[in-house]
Design a binder for this molecule. Structure first.
Ligand code: E4P
Length: 218
């Protein structure tokens, strides 16, 4: 299972990278706006700065929603660095663009996926990654994890190469359940990755070991 961090914050990306378990980064226009990144040149520079921190796979999302616009913007994004994966929304022109990028050898991440039907379309178009949004489905009383299981099952049935990138992850149990269900990748905030470290028995056990060592060596 691969871990991507879901942020455009350079400090958090560096912290996750330094932990040694990071495989990539996902961003979206809201996350870029949260960091105050605006204007084409600043956006490009920021993506480059992210690429300079990590080893591979930085999802950069297009803003255009028509085929020609998505292709133009995606090509520009892909030129920033070999690590860029062009993130394309699950819309009709997005699917056409994913097919085009696939034929050009440009990696894509199909985003805003909320159904198995959308997942089938994206795989047929040749998306490198598929991003079903778990948390946003949970928010409207649909089980986001059920969708992950359904898509993993369908992709296995047909040997689709598109990787299931579970997104909109809100807490550690989302991540652990995605691992059980066989998601290829999870993308989540730093606190979810570091949250995996926590167990009170680890803290208690370590305190005891250190106290016993100190006593024996005093
Ligand atoms: C990542 O690719 C998605 O854009 C992101 O996980 C969405 O998360 P949110 O639902 O917490 O905004």
């Amino acid at each position: 299972m691969k871990f991507f961090i879901d942020t455009a914050n350079l400090t958090e990306i560096k912290e996750a990278y330094d932990l040694g378990v990071l495989d990539g980064v996902t961003t979206n226009p809201s996350l870029m706006a949260k960091e105050g990144i605006r204007g084409d040149e600043n956006v490009r520079n920021h993506y480059k700065a992210i690429c300079d921190i990590v080893d591979d796979k930085v999802s950069a999302e297009v803003i255009a929603t028509d085929f020609e616009g998505i292709v133009k913007e995606g090509k520009e994004l892909a030129k920033i660095d070999d690590k860029i994966v062009v993130k394309v929304p699950m819309i009709k022109d997005g699917i056409k663009a994913i097919k085009y990028f696939s034929s050009e050898g440009i990696r894509t991440n199909c985003t805003l996926v909320f159904s198995a039907g959308q997942a089938i379309l994206a795989a047929k178009a040749g998306a490198s990654y598929l991003s079903p949004f778990i948390g946003r489905l949970d928010d409207i009383a649909f089980d986001g994890l059920d969708l992950i299981g359904q898509i993993v099952h369908i992709y296995q049935n047909y040997g689709f190469e598109t990787e299931v990138l579970a997104a909109s992850i809100r807490h550690t149990m989302h991540l652990i359940k995605c691992a059980e269900l066989g998601a290829d990748v999870v993308t989540c905030p730093l606190k979810v990755i570091t949250g995996l470290l926590n167990h009170p028995l680890t803290d208690k056990g370590l305190a005891q070991f250190l106290a016993d060592h100190a006593k024996a060596n005093s």
